[in-house]
Design a binder for this molecule. Sequence first.
Ligand code: PNS
Length: 160
Amino acid sequence: MSRIAVVPGSFDPVTLGHLDVISRSARLFDEIHVLVVHNPDKSAMLPIAQRVSLLERSIADERLPGNIIVAAWSVGLLVDYCTDVGANALVKGIRSQVDVAYETPMAIVNRDLAGVETVFMLPNPANAHVSSSLVRQVAALGGDVSPYVPRAVYDYLQEI
Ligand code: PNS
């Protein structure tokens, strides 16, 4: 039986921290679905389709393993997508105790709802300060985001 996991997030935009978690997840599971999910608590910078496209290009550019699928999900529960694709695990990158506090209730609810387990993954500490919200803020104010994002995202942000 294949071990399938979903790596969900806003990915607005994808950062080097995200790519690190995606890459590690792809080595742990047979198949990974990187799922772009609309987060109503955040005001978006990029349309969902653009986030998917930047993820696909970044994953290809970094030559990450071939068992990674990128998709988007905007209707219903995250665990509904998991059930649809036969995934019994979610992977969430954990940078700090703040992330643990934010993710723990969702992990318990997702397990209650559909038996989907959540794996908390510790990323490379070099990326512990990197977040999409930080990238959005620095980019909006004209700063250099090249240390935090893949080349495809950097190039795209230069164009818009
Ligand atoms: O990158 P983000 O914004 O921190 O990602 C948060 C996200 C999209 C993963 C989170 O908001 C989420 O899990 N949404 C799914 C909505 C859902 O199914 N909620 C009910 C159970 S917790």
